[in-house]
Write a protein of this length. Structure first.
Length: 188
């Protein structure tokens, strides 16, 4: 259990360091059997400690003394719909958020994106932490390993936390490339 919490802390700090999310934004979780480990509500990604990782059951029962992220329903919904998934990464990367305001899906601009992501739809805006957002994401993630949330961020999944994290990086990379192409075409 301690090892899982240390990995969550590591990838949370790495997400902040790489500019994939700001202070309070984003949350990461790992499933282990019937338990889900997730960033606590109000936890700051760059300052996260193992003590700020909440533990809940796959049914959403909180079993740790701290409250889970307000997005815990989203994470649990994904795990219920994807038995092959053991990690969920939800971040607020700026280029992906920008793309979400102009496109209905992210263009697969690199061979890696085509291979590892195949397709990344942009889901219509739903309020953060809402049941509607959780239902929308858990339904969409049945068919995709990554989705972009309009004006909100991204959700990626993987068999491991490492895999889910690097898919998040890949979504932001293609979003940055899209943005650079968008700017060049507008100035062109």
């Amino acid at each position: 259990m301690r090892n899982i919490k240390l990995k969550l802390v590591y990838y949370s700090k790495l997400a902040h360091k790489k500019g994939l999310t700001g202070s309070f934004g984003g949350n990461i979780s790992v499933r282990m059997g019937k338990y889900v480990f997730i960033k606590a509500t109000g936890g700051i990604m760059e300052e996260l400690t193992p003590e700020q990782i909440a533990t809940i059951t796959i049914n959403g029962d909180v079993i740790s003394p701290i409250r889970p992220s307000s997005e815990y329903r989203l994470h649990i919904g994904v795990y219920r719909n994807r038995h092959d998934v053991n990690a969920v990464v939800h971040l607020h990367p700026p280029y992906a958020i920008t793309l979400s305001m102009f496109e209905k899906e992210a263009p697969m601009l690199t061979p890696e994106a085509e291979l590892y992501l195949r397709k990344v739809p942009v889901l219509p805006f739903r309020p953060a932490g809402s049941v509607e957002l959780a239902e929308q994401v858990s339904e969409a993630i049945k068919n995709y390993d990554a989705v972009i949330l309009e004006r909100h961020g991204i959700v990626t999944v993987g068999r491991s936390l490492r895999e889910a994290f690097y898919k998040a990086e890949l979504v932001e990379e293609i979003s940055r490339l899209w943005y650079q192409r968008f700017i060049v075409e507008r100035e062109g």
